[in-house]
Design a protein around this ligand. Structure first.
Ligand SMILES: NC(=O)c1ccc[n+]([C@@H]2O[C@H](COP(=O)([O-])OP(=O)(O)OC[C@H]3O[C@@H](n4cnc5c(N)ncnc54)[C@H](OP(=O)(O)O)[C@@H]3O)[C@@H](O)[C@H]2O)c1
Length: 343
């Protein structure tokens, strides 16, 4: 079969497994898919549709035999490997934060800045944004086009799967331990207990008191959507397995009503509006799991500022926040004839 030869690096991880699912679900034109992880996982079985792939070892894999590399094995791995893989001719789409702020690397959300993919040639790398940024800019872009955003204040409610498979295990084990007298599961991945709790820290602290996750949302929104937008974020880890939520307050230059925003968002790519002003008339994270959409609910005018709106934005962080966005970037390359395949 004629198609692209694809490597998924980090195939045993939360994001890597979703990449396998999404490649298959969207019938990505792959002639061959390689599942790659660390030596620890050599031979581990990973599902790709009805097929089972055996994991290969990153250190010994020959990347000259692939056209596309979907990378989700963290920053350290990406820093060492993405340039090498690019030099061998494959385009790397990287999920870590390693390359996102490099001016020679495009940072892409296909519903927002799809044409930016063409800038990949200098390093052969395209960066996938942070999960919280992706769903935010998908919802903001159509509103920005209509009324120009001046300032955004966002509080996130981020699921533990955003911290990898170890984060999910920690919530599961701590939750179980609360029902078993005498069993305590200490905080390992997170700074404090995550079960039955919320933690106002994601990633490390910066000098100004913000965390790195909060800084990423600022820098990435500017790079993807508009450098003039002012944004301040508070990022919070919550005891939810999958699905990030965001309470978003937006101040616009020009007037926009809640009804106008609802109409605009209903037409916007990648967005689903579910907004009934009644109990349960909104989307919660458990309801978005497995979906592609960014859901927008609770759209209302903020009377405390001129031209203000408040929104509730929810999406599957492993899908639109990571794997789906990466595969959509690859599809954008194909649509523009920018991804070569072996003759
Ligand atoms: N989870 C999210 O919502 C999300 C969203 C956006 C971006 N990301 C980013 O995506 C990346 C992966 O996240 P994740 O949640 O999938 O993490 P994860 O569940 O912890 O999985 C990590 C993956 O990386 C592999 N890996 C780690 N060290 C390696 C090495 N030295 N050599 C080869 N493979 C190695 C692991 O393989 P082994 O099993 O063999 O150790 C595993 O497949 C991270 O950069 C993360 O920041 C995650």
């Amino acid at each position: 079969m004629q198609g692209y030869r694809v490597a998924v690096v980090g195939a045993t991880g939360n994001v890597g497994r979703e990449m396998m699912n999404i490649l298959e679900e969207r019938k990505f034109p792959a002639s061959k898919v390689h599942a790659i992880a660390s030596r620890r996982s050599l031979g581990t079985a990973v599902s790709y549709g009805d097929a089972t792939l055996k994991c290969e070892d990153l250190e010994t894999f020959d990347f000259s035999k692939v056209d596309l590399c979907l990378m989700s094995a963290g920053s350290e791995v990406s820093k060492a490997w993405s340039p090498r893989i690019g030099k061998l001719g494959a385009v790397v789409i990287d999920n870590s934060s390693c390359w996102r702020y490099d001016q020679d690397v495009p940072l892409v959300v296909p519903e927002v800045n799809p044409d930016a993919v063409s800038g990949y040639k200098k390093k052969m790398i395209i960066a996938n944004p942070n999960c919280s940024t992706i769903q935010l800019v998908v919802a903001l872009k159509p509103l920005h086009d209509h009324a120009r955003i001046k300032r955004v204040v966002v509080a996130t409610y981020q699921s533990v799967s955003g911290a990898g498979k170890d984060g999910m295990d920690e919530l599961f084990d701590q939750t179980k331990s609360k029902y078993v007298p005498g069993v305590e599961v200490a905080a390992r991945k997170f700074a404090k207990q995550i079960a039955f709790n919320v933690i106002p820290q994601i990633d490390v602290f910066m000098e100004d008191g913000y965390t790195k996750e909060e800084w990423k949302m600022v820098a990435e929104t500017k790079k993807i959507l508009d450098p003039k937008i002012k944004l301040t974020a508070t990022c919070v880890r919550v005891p939810v397995f999958v699905g990030h939520s965001e309470a978003v307050n937006v101040e616009f230059e020009n007037p926009i009503t809640a009804d106008e925003a609802r109409i605009i968002l209903r037409e916007a790519p990648g967005v689903m509006v579910y907004d009934k002003r009644e109990p349960g008339g909104y989307i919660t994270p458990v309801e978005c799991v497995g979906d592609y959409a960014t859901y927008v609910s609770r759209i209302r005018e903020d009377a405390t500022v001129e031209n203000g709106l408040s929104l509730w934005v929810v999406s599957d962080n492993l899908r639109k926040g990571a794997a789906l966005n990466a595969v959509q970037i690859a599809e954008s390359l194909i649509n523009r004839n920018l991804l070569k395949k072996a003759a």
